[in-house]
Every structure is written in structure tokens, then in C-alpha cells.
Design a binder for this molecule. Structure first.
Ligand code: PAF
Length: 256
């Protein structure tokens, strides 16, 4: 694996997996999936300041460079790109507005978050010019918004990777206390056992350590509240345990 700090050293028409580091088995699965699309797999690690609500959240974001290197090298990444902030955000760079879907759910709780995500992803795409890019389904709203800005790039959805008890893997999980880690099981339990939105919220409410942000059944295409005739219903959940934000989602089919 080659470590690159300048995008001009990257191979053309690669398969690209953008990350913010703190890599775990979920990222390894994205890299493995990337490998099936072509020989050159580029992974970037850039903790994007524009997508954090405040300096404290940005500073608290986990950084594990040695582990990142090991996971990337062992999972088929051929080029690990560690861009400098000046390469991503030169003077006068273009900011992208995520629009109405960027202002609801995750976007409502984290003002400007999706503008920051789309701005960085569009810059990363401009610099790498990949053929294919891989994103995890866990960040479902992010994934849907990225699809709206990717013109000539094929966006592939990678399934959420879960711990044995169902908790969706996330870089933020390492900040959970042991008790918080057990309490976090409630999210998967609620998603996998609920048959209605009311049940989803009832199951989440059984865990006192979980502070709810939102739990809804939505139309996965429009993000509107699911109706009885909605065919692609997705349950989405976000909340906090010990101040650590947990988000997850699951396809419910036509259960509205
Ligand atoms: O999902 C992430 O890790 C980030 O939001 C992304 C897509 C790498 C943009 O910074």
C-alpha cells in the first residue's frame, strides 16, 4: 500500500472509499467491496472540519493513525491518501448546499452538517476523479444526498456491518462506557423488533440511558413520513448514550 499526500499521485479511474479515519471492521468491509470493482482502491482519511457542529466535537473525534494504516493495508487498499487541509480547501473553494433533505433529521440536529459533507465529498471527487465510490448504508441520509451530487461516478451502497449483538459499527462507539455499550443494544433491538413507528419508540424508551433524538418510519426515497401505501419504508433512529451519538436505520419494506 502506497501512502500519498498529493492527489496527483493517485491512479485514474480508481474505486474510492472516503473516510475520516478511526477505521474499524465496517471500513474494512467497504475496502473489500471496493476491491471487487477494480484493482486500484484509494482510501482517503480526512477529518472534515466543515461537517462538525463545533470545535469540541471535532476535537473529540477519535484519531487512530497506526490502526488505520494496519486496517487499510490488510483490507486491500492500494493507495492511502492523507490530504492536507490546503489541498481540500484552497482559497475560494466552492461550498455546496444540501437543500431541504439536508435540513431534516440528522441535518436538523446538526446544523450545516450535510453542507459540510457534500462540500468535502465534491472536493474529494474533483481531486480523485474515481470511477466508483463506496459509502456505507449506516449513514443513510448522507448516502442519499451524496447520490444527488455524483454525476459521472457510480455510487455503491455497502451494507451496515454490525457487532455480534447488532450494534452498527461506528468510529464513535469506542467512546461508549462499558454500561453505555450494553445500553446501545436497544437501537438494533428496536429496529429489528418493531412493526410500527409507535413500537419503535416504545422499545427505545425501555432503555433509560438512551436519549432519543428521532425515531421515525420514512419513505426512503423522499424522507417524508411513511404512509400506509408507502412501499419502501425505512426506520431511522438517532439518539445519545453518555453523550455519544448513535444513528442507525433499517429497511422495513411496506411496514408503515
Ligand atoms: O462518512 C464519513 O466518514 C464522512 O462523512 C465522509 C463521507 C468521509 C465525508 O467526510
Amino acid at each position: 500500500m502506497k501512502v500519498v499526500t498529493d492527489a496527483r499521485e493517485l491512479p485514474s479511474a480508481c474505486t474510492f472509499v472516503p473516510t475520516m479515519g478511526a477505521l474499524h471492521a465496517g471500513h474494512a468491509s467497504l475496502f473489500a467491496l471496493a476491491k471487487t470493482y477494480g484493482a486500484d482502491v484509494v482510501a482517503s482519511i480526512f477529518v472534515n472540519p466543515l461537517q462538525f457542529e463545533n470545535a469540541e466535537d471535532l476535537a473529540r473525534y477519535p484519531r487512530t493513525p497506526e490502526i488505520d494504516f494496519e486496517i487499510a493495508a490488510a483490507s486491500g487498499v492500494t493507495h492511502l491518501w492523507l490530504p492536507k487541509q490546503s489541498e481540500i480547501y484552497p482559497e475560494g473553494f466552492r461550498k455546496i448546499a444540501a437543500g431541504p433533505i439536508g435540513d431534516i433529521y440528522e441535518g436538523k440536529s446538526r446544523a450545516g452538517h450535510f453542507d459540510g459533507v457534500l462540500t468535502v465529498v465534491s472536493r474529494l471527487f474533483e481531486l480523485v476523479q474515481p470511477k466508483v465510490a463506496i459509502f456505507g448504508e449506516k449513514d443513510f441520509q448522507q448516502l442519499q444526498l451524496i447520490k444527488t451530487i455524483a454525476c459521472d461516478i457510480e455510487i455503491i451502497t455497502a451494507p451496515t456491518v454490525r457487532e455480534a449483538d447488532g450494534l452498527a459499527m461506528s468510529s464513535r462507539n469506542i467512546r461508549l462506557t462499558p454500561e453505555g455499550r450494553v445500553a446501545a443494544q436497544v437501537v438494533y433491538r428496536a429496529l429489528s423488533q418493531s412493526k410500527t413507528e409507535v413500537e419503535l419508540r416504545e422499545i427505545l424508551a425501555t432503555e433509560p440511558a438512551f436519549t432519543l433524538d428521532y425515531a421515525d418510519y420514512i419513505d426512503e426515497k423522499t424522507f417524508a413520513h411513511a404512509q400506509s401505501d408507502t412501499s419502501d419504508v425505512r426506520a431511522i433512529v438517532a439518539g445519545w448514550i453518555n453523550g455519544v451519538r448513535l444513528i442507525d436505520n433499517m429497511l422495513m419494506g411496506n411496514r408503515a
